[in-house]
Design a protein around this ligand. Structure first.
Ligand SMILES: *[C@@H]1O[C@H](CO)[C@@H](O)[C@H](O)[C@H]1NC(C)=O
Ligand SMILES: *[C@@H]1O[C@H](CO)[C@@H](O)[C@H](O)[C@H]1NC(C)=O
Ligand SMILES: *[C@@H]1O[C@H](CO)[C@@H](O)[C@H](O)[C@H]1NC(C)=O
Ligand SMILES: *[C@@H]1O[C@H](CO)[C@@H](O)[C@H](O)[C@H]1NC(C)=O
Length: 379
């Protein structure tokens, strides 16, 4: 284990030196060609005032393909003979959704300039399972759209301009990605029928505590992954379903976790609360003592003591807090236990980050020895 620590710290040192070195030797951009000469004077052309254009003219024109052997294939899309159920319309500078053929199950529309979803395009698209609309300009979604596609499983609309979670999402939905929008509102009942939803990604939006009432998420009885990172939450979200496996809340302003917040979660394995405002006062001693937890990330907070964790935990990130000392008896009670041969008692911790704290003296050796499965430690 001693060797492990040595390797990690010398690796860290090497990387640091590399970073410094890279900064020092990074060459300046060579200035190409002769020095710029003064541009000759060109009289400005007088442009007559025009009415506001219908759409920004700086979008490049839509890219149309050659006519397809399929008569129902929109010219804006590619219909691949080997994948008759897929319609590829991504990267085409599209402003509107083309009319989707009946046979389409998988619809790719990412990286376009689409600003609105209207029902007409989906009139015949009753078999749709997946829609990828990532990286468009969507602000508005007609509620009727989802009525036409009652079997939709995945709806991906990350990197758009939505201000609220769309209403009327089909109850068949399993994955909903709405990250990197401008969402500051969740309409009442938006999630109440989504009993099959397993993934909800809302990171990088503008959600605050008042948007997440205790009933907002409670009907998502199949939810496994919830990502609310990069919002403006001050409290832990209320009423999150006990089915959850992963909860990501990094980059909020959370300063307090209620004592029994994690009571009743039997699958929760990943909890990330990096970059919040957690101090010892807001973290009840045993709040993370869950036997299902495998990965706990609390980096960039204000903790001065290591919170208690279960011996099944494998990854622990505590870097960039204010931890000054570690009590071996507390974080590894096993080290003091007589029965060193009972493997079920041996802590499972494999990866530990403690860098960016004020540890003095450094982590005691008996603590390191206690974690027999420790693979790497950064401090
Ligand atoms: C809708 O789909 C049906 C069944 O494939 C087809 O017969 C009909 O022509 C389609 N209508 C449109 C408007 O594409
Ligand atoms: C939810 O999933 C189950 C199991 O796959 C399926 O039988 C059921 O029809 C789904 N519900 C909806 C509303 O699609
Ligand atoms: C932590 O959880 C274990 C069960 O997994 C339990 O035996 C132990 O008493 C708990 N410790 C505290 C301080 O709550
Ligand atoms: C470490 O924690 C144990 C148990 O809480 C306590 O009895 C002991 O005094 C602590 N040791 C130090 C050095 O603080």
């Amino acid at each position: 284990m001693k060797a492990g620590v040595g390797v990690v710290s010398s690796l860290l040192l090497f990387l640091l030196m590399g970073a410094v070195f890279a900064q020092r030797v990074r060459p300046r951009k060579p200035s190409k060609g002769p020095p710029p000469t003064k541009k000759p004077f060109v009289p400005k052309r007088v442009i007559p005032a025009e009415p506001e254009p219908q759409e920004p003219t700086d979008y490049p024109p839509p890219i149309l393909g050659p006519p397809s052997p399929y008569s129902d294939c929109p010219r804006e899309c590619l219909c691949h003979p080997s994948y008759p159920n897929s319609l590829y319309c991504e990267n085409r500078n599209l402003r509107v959704v083309p009319v989707i053929p009946f046979r389409t199950h998988y619809l790719y529309l990412q990286n376009n300039y689409i600003s609105e979803l209207t029902a007409e395009a989906f009139n015949n698209a009753t078999e749709l399972r997946w829609i990828n609309l990532a990286n468009n300009h969507i602000q508005k979604i007609d509620k009727q759209v989802f009525k036409k596609i009652p079997g939709l499983l995945y709806f991906y609309a990350q990197r758009n301009k939505l201000n609220e979670v769309p209403s009327g999402l089909p109850s068949s939905l399993e994955q909903l990605r709405l990250d990197r929008n401008r969402i500051s509102k969740i309409p009442a009942g938006a999630f109440s029928k989504l009993h099959n939803l397993t993934l909800l990604d809302l990171h990088y939006n503008q959600l605050s505590d008042s948007d997440l009432g205790k009933n907002t998420l409670k009907d998502l009885q199949s939810l496994m992954q919830l990502n609310l990172a990069h919002n403006t939450l001050r409290k832990m979200p209320a009423g999150i379903p006990h089915s959850l496996h992963q909860l990501f809340l990094d980059k909020n302003r959370i300063d307090d976790i209620p004592e029994d917040y994690f009571k009743g979660f039997t699958h929760l394995a990943f909890v990330r609360l990096n970059y919040n405002q957690l101090s010892d006062k807001g973290v009840p001693k045993a709040v993370f003592n869950m036997s299902s937890l495998l990965d706990l990330q609390l980096a960039h907070n204000q903790l001065t003591v290591v919170p208690l964790f279960n011996n099944r935990l494998e990854h622990l990130h505590l870097n960039h807090n204010s931890i000054e000392s570690i009590n071996g008896t507390e974080i590894c009670p096993f080290s003091m236990s007589a029965d060193h041969n009972d493997d079920s008692l041996v802590p499972r911790l494999r990866y530990l980050r403690l860098d960016g704290n004020h540890l003095h003296p450094p982590i005691p050796m008996d603590v390191i020895m206690c974690f027999r499965h420790l693979h790497s430690i950064v401090m």
